[in-house]
Ligand binder design. Structure first.
Ligand code: ATP
Length: 297
């Protein structure tokens, strides 16, 4: 009896031990399953705003973007999604050369905006960034008045000769950003005193004040509450009538709500690009499916 009991006890212990030492299965597919430069779905469009081919981005020796090819259409909203560190922001920042400020960063491949080389050494980067504006994760208004925040870009780009022209640009930009009614009576107040959601809409107003063609948004709602997020999302829908919008988001619901196409990144690869509805209802690549169903990320 005793022996049997001991054996039974030992078996359970051995089983437990084995369980503990069994490698936990990594739910992420092997990197080897990803073929470099191969993207399923619809990565190309006719007459694109951006034509991006075999793009590679390096931080020193480390390659963060691995031969990605993609077109971005005029007036589309395209969302970049994928697990943390997969390269969404790095790829986004190539579109207006924001990576230039990182010393160890280098970009290879062909990147064109309306058929012109974005990385041409003769290109005026200030002019490029006026055409391709950017809104960051954390609202970053200047410590100036609401008016001066929006007027800043038009002033440095010489877009208004008279005060009345500048007033008009400021008002129109604030209206487009859905902020005019909230701030029209306090344009001289300092921008840093606004709520987080208002500050982010101010940053959007600041970006559109120089009449860009494209607005890049790097997780624009991650610091906002749900009400402020809903306002920014509404705004994205309205802005898409006039601008091309590229948005990096960690929220799949947000990508589903605001974008026409969704691009799924993984470990520096662009795995799938498809109509947003397709990505979230019947993704073509099993890795996209694993991500959107929450198996990893
Ligand atoms: N300034 C930098 N210097 C060195 N490596 C960097 C730098 N910025 C990003 N990386 C690396 O490049 C890779 C891609 O990072 P990136 O920030 O583009 O990913 P991401 O998908 O936007 O991530 P997250 O969703 O967490 O913001 C990561 O391995 C990251 O560590």
């Amino acid at each position: 009896m005793n022996t049997m009991n001991t054996t039974a006890t030992r078996d359970v212990a051995v089983e437990e031990q084995e369980q503990k030492t069994q490698p936990v299965e990594d739910p992420r597919p092997e990197q080897a399953e990803l073929e470099e430069g191969k993207t399923v779905g619809v990565p190309y469009v006719d007459d694109p705003k951006f034509r991006l081919r075999d793009v590679e981005v390096f931080y020193g020796e480390s390659r963060a973007i691995k031969k990605i090819s993609l077109d971005i259409a005029k007036n589309e909203v395209i969302a970049f999604i994928g697990p943390s560190g997969c390269g969404k922001s790095t790829f986004l920042r190539c579109l207006n050369r924001m990576n230039d400020s990182i010393d160890i960063c280098s970009v290879k491949g062909s990147l064109e905006l309306d058929g012109d080389d974005i990385y041409n050494s003769k290109r005026d980067v200030v002019e490029l960034r006026a055409r391709v504006g950017m809104v960051f994760q954390k609202p970053n208004p200047f410590p100036k008045s609401i008016y001066d925040n929006v007027a800043y870009g038009p002033r440095i780009h010489g877009l208004a000769n008279r005060k009345s022209d500048l007033d008009e640009i400021v008002e129109n930009s604030l209206r487009k950003a859905g902020l005019w009614d909230e701030v029209k009576d306090r344009l001289d107040a300092t921008a840093t005193g606004m709520s987080g959601g208002q500050q982010q809409r101010l940053c959007i107003a600041r970006a559109i004040a120089v009449s860009p063609e494209v607005v890049l948004m790097d997780e624009p709602c991650s610091a906002l509450d749900p009400i402020a997020t809903a306002k920014v999302e509404e705004l994205i829908a309205e802005l898409s009538e006039s601008y091309t919008i590229v948005i990096v988001t960690h929220s799949m619901q947000q990508a589903a709500r605001v974008s026409h196409r969704t691009a799924y990144f993984h470990l520096g690869h662009l795995v799938e690009v498809n109509d947003t509805n397709k990505v979230f209802t019947s993704p073509e690549h099993e890795m996209t499916e694993s991500y959107i169903t929450g198996r990893f990320g």
